[in-house]
Write a protein that binds this ligand. Structure first.
Ligand code: 5GP
Ligand code: ZN
Length: 145
């Protein structure tokens, strides 16, 4: 695929907010962040029923389910928000969505339907600053908000 030339690439792998946190010593600059709950789950430091794992992704049940099926599909790399994604991570996001699709089939909710959600930053409702895809299903979904 030809690289895009119409939009500038991000000047850094991380957003200004994250660069500030790293410069202030609040966040490590590694792929895994020491104090991040989803990095800890990926490192098996917090016991969690892992529903799927490969080199790049893990999936597990949300601790506070909002639907009969509420799974999280999470890249192992510590990417704090959607704003920190770069073009070379496009296939990772594709893999995240395809894994959610496969888990929906596994759960038998694919035909009835399901919802995939990614929240970004505070007004988007993000509470864990390591990107993740919510897979919600098993009940009728209503409007957003
Ligand atoms: P967000 O609000 O950032 O989009 O979603 C974070 C989700 O992670 C929430 O739905 C929350 O219930 C879930 N969560 C937070 N901490 C843990 C945890 O320690 N284990 C699991 N399994 N889920 C968690
Ligand atoms: Zn993390």
């Amino acid at each position: 695929m030809e690289p895009r030339t119409d939009t500038p690439l991000p000047s850094s792998r991380f957003s200004a907010t994250v660069r500030f946190r790293v410069q202030s010593g609040l966040l490590g600059d590694d792929d895994m962040a020491d104090d991040c709950i989803f990095c800890k789950i990926a490192r098996k430091e917090i016991p969690t029923d892992i529903l799927f794992e490969d080199d790049d992704l893990i999936a597990f049940n949300d601790i506070h389910p909002q639907a009969p099926s509420h799974l999280l599909v999470v890249p192992k790399a510590h990417i704090p928000t959607l704003n920190d994604l770069t073009e070379d991570q496009a296939s990772l996001i594709g893999a995240l969505v395809l894994r959610a699709q496969a888990l929906a089939v596994e759960r038998g909710i694919d035909e009835a339907g399901y919802r995939l959600v990614m929240n970004c930053n505070h007004e988007g409702g993000q509470t864990v600053f390591h990107i993740h895809l919510h897979l919600l299903g098993g009940r009728q979904m209503r409007g957003f908000g």
